[in-house]
Design a protein around this ligand. Structure first.
Ligand code: AMP
Length: 193
């Protein structure tokens, strides 16, 4: 059983690697971005509020995202490995996860940080806007806000996990196959999923 955080800025390739890991290992993927988009698609009670934040590239209030995360964690058997994709995104969320996981006999084992230079991120997000049509990728102002949010609120999470000796930094500008190989090696060092 492993609990792995896939961490990185918007456009760093978290989603691509998460998809692979779910295919090749027995991970359940917990993507807060996806859960939020589902809430919007299903007209969930917080739809309007979620849209307001997401469309502007800002973090949805913790009360909403933590509730969704907890529902997924609670629904998993103790032995289930979980891949956290795009969560935690601020220190409060990381602290919450550390506080709540022991209740379910779980803990974060490792954090894989996909590090990508900003110029490449911008290029990837602009391409994704064309391919996937995501509203929050649609214009440079929204992309810029997400980058700023990442720098201000999410980057401090790196120090949080570094001080716990759980951080693995991976050069995310490489090809997806190469990145996947490096991630495999990291996972292998923790034993089986
Ligand atoms: P993503 O699909 O991971 O790129 O996330 C898309 C958007 O969902 C972000 O720009 C935020 O508005 C929101 N979001 C995703 N994850 C979180 C989170 N952990 N906390 C708050 N908001 C989030």
């Amino acid at each position: 059983m492993l609990h792995i955080v896939l961490f990185g800025p918007p456009g760093s390739g978290k989603g691509t690697q998460a998809e692979r890991l779910v295919r090749t290992h027995h991970f359940v993927s917990l993507s807060v971005g996806l859960l939020l988009r589902q809430q919007v698609a299903e007209n969930g009670p917080d739809k309007a509020l979620i849209e307001q934040y997401m469309h502007h590239g800002r973090l949805v209030p913790d009360a909403i995202s933590l509730k969704l995360v907890l529902q997924v964690i609670q629904a998993q058997p103790v032995a289930q490995s979980i891949l956290y994709d795009g969560f935690p995104r601020n220190v409060n969320q990381a602290t919450y996860l550390d506080a709540v996981l022991p209740t379910y006999h779980k803990k974060i084992d490792a954090v894989i940080f996909l590090d990508v230079p900003e110029a490449l991120l911008l290029e990837r997000l602009r391409n994704r806007a064309i391919i996937e049509g995501r509203i929050d990728d649609q214009d440079d102002t929204k992309i810029r806000t997400r980058m700023d949010t990442y720098a201000r609120e999410t980057l401090p999470v790196i120090n949080y996990y570094q001080s716990q000796h759980k951080l693995h930094k991976v050069d995310g500008s490489q090809q997806p196959d190469q990145i996947a190989q490096i991630i495999e090696a990291i996972l292998a060092s923790y034993g089986n999923t």
